[in-house]
Write a protein that binds this ligand. Structure first.
Ligand code: ADP
Ligand code: MG
Ligand code: MG
Length: 516
């Protein structure tokens, strides 16, 4: 399993004129093929788009570690499905201290607790993304390792743009000779096929099919002001063109105006078309969230009651409240405790029996994960965070990028947290965080990064984060999954000096792998 290939110096030399030509080809390809974002402050309707952030060359990635990441995805899916079904576990891990110190997670958990005894739809759908960085051990001569950053269970984005990035890089290879100086870049066999758009859309279609009503639709719950709309539209078009399924888009604030639950005990989710109010309502088979993962999506009680209404409906939720809770960083940390992986993975997924070997493969992708509580391990973590902060990142229970505390920012941040008053009997605020060892990606890789259609001045080293998508359709009432599979990959690349990694938040570009 270990990798012995070292990564080449990167990228191959390109003259300024060649770079300019590739940029022109990439930009026109991006704009015409929908590898795009809305510009800052878009109009409604939009009158322009910009190329999504991209790299001009794909980035080398060790073939064996890529294959490993793809191969273990069904086991990771099964792990998170089994956690989602374990009410007692989620109550202990998320309903305990975390729900008391983290208002957002607390609200998610209370919302779930309020409705979970009275749900009509046993099926749930997960469109996941497990994110990894390559890790190079300090000691010389050690093989590169694959280390998990996090496992996303809600709003895993960039599936469409990622498939397009792979096509764009293949097009650049095929349409010029500029990649010919690199045997790695010039060989099409090094560009793995990636069908993340088609595979994620198929996942939504599988949920829709399981619902079993031919004229039912899929509801996309979106954020107001979203600039990454094309990534979402591609899924809509794929659902319509390949599967004949209609999508309705709404943000949280619109839903109460147009949606209601049916009168029967089935509680169908019914949506009126505001432009055709007298037409029959549409029944919703699947609710797909590209919103709802961050506190700003719930500015008032209104959005929480909308979430609760959707959860109580007969539509299949992608994800359910329980599945969203299972994706919390606190759960990731608890999974690193002895015996936890065995406990959840060995329950299987209804199709595969997972073995001790699978447990070991997943465990090897873990890096140091610590609680910030008063357990023995928590106390040790606190000491490490204060004395050797440059080795760690401190994470709150948040999604969407830009929330973590890095390195030497950790000690003053922890001191400030501790100085904040807590109500008598309330746990300390720091228990809403986890501490994680920093993964150290290999040195020496550069790339040509394009943002807003222009080459960035960044000539420094880059770091790439591999995401592996997964799809699981499963029932609360039955063991295992109806569907459990991998669903393609994403590579995001950022300047080494930036700690954070989101494309939407402006740190990274969408890239693709060239396998070494
Ligand atoms: P989010 O859910 O907000 O995306 P992440 O856990 O993915 O949170 O952290 C955001 C970014 O921070 C990642 O994309 C990665 O670039 C960086 N990061 C997170 N954890 C680590 C780690 N252990 N080592 C190195 N970088 C990390
Ligand atoms: Mg995340
Ligand atoms: Mg992330």
């Amino acid at each position: 399993m270990s990798n012995t290939t070292s990564l080449p110096a990167w990228p191959p030399a390109l003259t300024q004129e060649q770079q300019a030509k590739i940029l022109l080809l990439a930009s026109t390809y991006a704009l015409s093929r929908g590898f795009t974002l809305l510009p800052p402050s878009p109009t409604n309707p939009p009158t322009s788009a910009i190329p999504a952030p991209l790299s001009l060359c794909p980035t080398p990635f060790p073939r064996d570690l890529y294959d490993l990441a793809v191969r273990i995805q069904p086991a990771y899916n099964a792990l998170y499905v089994n956690i989602t079904k374990d009410v007692e576990f989620l109550d202990r891990v998320m309903g305990g201290v975390v729900s008391k110190v983290d208002e957002f997670q607390g609200e998610l958990w209370r919302c779930w607790k309020e409705c979970r005894e009275d749900l009509v739809q046993p099926l749930q759908l997960g469109l996941f993304r497990s994110d990894y960085l390559l890790h190079e051990a300090q000691e010389q001569g050690q093989p590169l390792e694959l280390k998990q950053v996090e496992f996303n269970t809600i709003s895993s984005s960039f599936g469409a743009l990622s498939e397009l990035a792979g096509k764009l890089h293949n097009y650049l290879r095929a349409s010029t000779n500029y990649f010919a100086t690199s045997s790695l870049l010039s060989d099409p066999a090094n560009y793995p096929p990636n069908d993340s758009l088609r595979s994620l859309a198929l996942g939504l279609a599988e949920g829709w099919k399981a619902y079993g009503k031919d004229d039912a639709r899929i509801l996309f719950v979106c954020q107001e002001g979203e600039r990454n709309v094309f990534d979402q539209r591609w899924l809509e078009w794929e659902l319509l063109e390949t599967h004949g399924i209609h999508v309705i888009r709404h943000n949280f604030d619109e839903i109460p105006q147009f949606a209601r639950l049916g009168d029967s005990s089935k509680r169908e989710l019914l949506i009126t078309d505001p432009l055709q109010p007298s037409a029959p309502e549409s029944e919703i088979a699947v609710v797909y969230y590209r919103a709802g993962y961050t506190p700003t999506d719930y500015p008032s009680k209104q959005q929480w009651s909308t979430r609760l209404m959707l959860e109580r409906s007969n539509a299949i939720k992608c994800p359910s409240l329980a599945l969203q809770l299972a994706g919390a960083k606190k759960v990731q940390q608890v999974l690193a405790e002895p015996g936890m992986l065995e406990e959840f993975l060995l329950r299987g997924d209804g199709q595969h029996e997972f073995s001790a070997r699978d447990v070991e493969e997943l465990r090897q992708t873990f890096t140091g994960l610590y609680p910030m509580d008063d357990s023995q391990l928590g106390k040790e973590a606190y000491r490490l965070a204060m004395e050797e902060p440059e080795k760690f990142v401190l994470k709150p229970q948040r999604e969407g990028g830009g929330n973590n505390i890095y390195r030497t920012d950790i000690p003053p941040f922890l001191r400030k947290l501790e100085a904040e008053p807590t109500a008598p009997g309330e746990p300390p605020k720091k228990e809403g965080y986890i501490l994680m060892s920093l993964i150290e990606p290999p040195q020496g890789l550069r790339n040509l990064l394009v943002k807003g259609g222009s080459l960035t001045a960044n000539e420094g080293e880059v770091i790439s984060e591999l995401g592996v998508y997964g799809v699981s359709l499963f029932s609360d009432k039955e063991k295992g999954c109806v569907v459990n599979r991998g669903a393609g990959t994403l590579l995001r690349t950022k300047g080494r000096e930036s700690d954070e990694g989101g494309v939407a938040v402006g740190y990274s570009v969408v890239d693709s792998v060239v396998l070494v």
